[in-house]
Design a protein around this ligand. Sequence first.
Ligand SMILES: NC(=O)c1ccc[n+]([C@@H]2O[C@H](COP(=O)([O-])OP(=O)(O)OC[C@H]3O[C@@H](n4cnc5c(N)ncnc54)[C@H](O)[C@@H]3O)[C@@H](O)[C@H]2O)c1
Ligand SMILES: [Zn+2]
Length: 369
Amino acid sequence: MPDDANHPPLKVHVNLGSRSYDVLVGSNLLDRTGAETQAVLSGRNHAVLLTDSNVGPLYADRVVASLSAAGIRTDIVTVQAGEASKSMHVAQQVCSAMAAARLDRKGMLVALGGGVIGDLGGFCASIYQRGIPFVQIPTSVLAQVDSSVGGKTGVNLPEAKNMVGCFHQPSIVLADTDTLQSLPKREWNEGFAEIIKHAGIRDAAMFEEIEEVAQGVGDLPALIQRNVAIKARVVEADETETLGIRALLNFGHTLGHAIEAAAGYGGMLHGEAISLGLRAATWLSLQKSGLAAADGARLLRCLAAFELPLKLPADFDANALLDIAAKDKKFEQGAIRFVLLRALGDAFVSCDITAEDMRAAILHLHEPV
Ligand SMILES: NC(=O)c1ccc[n+]([C@@H]2O[C@H](COP(=O)([O-])OP(=O)(O)OC[C@H]3O[C@@H](n4cnc5c(N)ncnc54)[C@H](O)[C@@H]3O)[C@@H](O)[C@H]2O)c1
Ligand SMILES: [Zn+2]
C-alpha cells in the first residue's frame, strides 16, 4: 500500500466566504474520510452514508471503517444505481431513512458515488431539517471534475432534468482517484468530455496532459486537480450563476443537452452527447470566432482518443433537435447565447448564433470528421 505520508493529496481551495471548502485529490483518500471529516466538522459524531448499488459494495466498508475510527457512527443508505434515483420520490425515501436513523441537525450526510449520488445527497442534505452539512466523495470522472464542486444539488422531475434543487456547498470533497479504476470503460470515457470542455474554455496547456492520459502515461491526480481548479475558479466568480461567468461551463452543452434529450435519457450518456455538442460548438467557433483549424482538430482528436462520438446517428432529425434546443434556451431577437472559442483556452458567450447557424452545426454532425 502506498505510504500516504509521502503522497499528500493535492488540494484545491474553493473560496466562497463562509461556505469555503477544500477539494482533496489523490490516492487512498477513502481511508482518510474520518480524519478529514473530523477536521472540518468537529463535534459531529453521526453520519448517514448515501451510496448506490454499484459503488456501495465496492467502497462503503472502507468509508464506514474510516469514519468509525474517527468516532463517527455511520448508517448506510443505498439507492439503486442510475439517473432514475435522482427523483423527488427517492429524495423522500432518503430523508425518511435519515429520520429512521435518528440523524439530527448535529449529524451529516456523506455522499459516496457518481454525480447522481452527489446531486441527490446534496439535495437531501440541503432540505433535511432545514439543512445539514454534507461531504462529497465523488467516484466517477464526471463527479470528480465537475458535479462534486460548485454546490449545485437537485433532482429531476418527469418534465425535465434538474428542475428541483438548490445551491448547497459541501463541507469537503474527497476525490480518491483510485476509485476511478473500477469505473466501466464507457463511464470513464464520458468524463473526459467535461475535461476536454474545461481545457477548451480555460486551459489550452491541459490538452497535452489529456493526450498523455489518453496514451496511458499521464498523471491522473494532477489532471483531476487541474480540472477541479478550473471549475472552482469559475464557481468562485459566479457562485449562483447570476453573472454569466458560470455560463462558460455550458460550452458544448446547448446542443449537447438537446442531443441527450432527443436520444431519450439513457440512450446516450451525458458525456457522449456533450462530445457531439463540443464538435458542433467547435465548428461554429471555426466559422464565427476565429478558432484556428488545427486547434479545432486537436480538440476533436482528444474526444476521439476517448472513443467519444463525433458523428450523429443517421436517424437524428436536425429540426427536432433544433426544436428541443429552442425550447431549452430562449432565442432573443433571433439569436441565442452560445459559448464559442476564440482560441483553445479562450471562451466567451456569443449573442450572434442564430437558429440557422445551429441547424448548420447540427447538419455538420452528420458529416465524417
Ligand atoms: N451538480 C452539478 O454541478 C452537476 C454537473 C454535471 C453533472 N451533474 C449530474 O451528474 C449526474 C451524472 O453523473 P455520473 O456520470 O457520475 O453518473 P452516475 O452517478 O449515474 O454514475 C455513472 C455510473 O457509474 C457507476 N459508478 C460510479 N462510480 C463508480 C466506480 N468508482 N466504480 C464503478 N462504478 C461506478 C454508477 O453506479 C453509475 O452506474 C447527472 O445526474 C448530472 O445531471 C451534476
Ligand atoms: Zn456536462
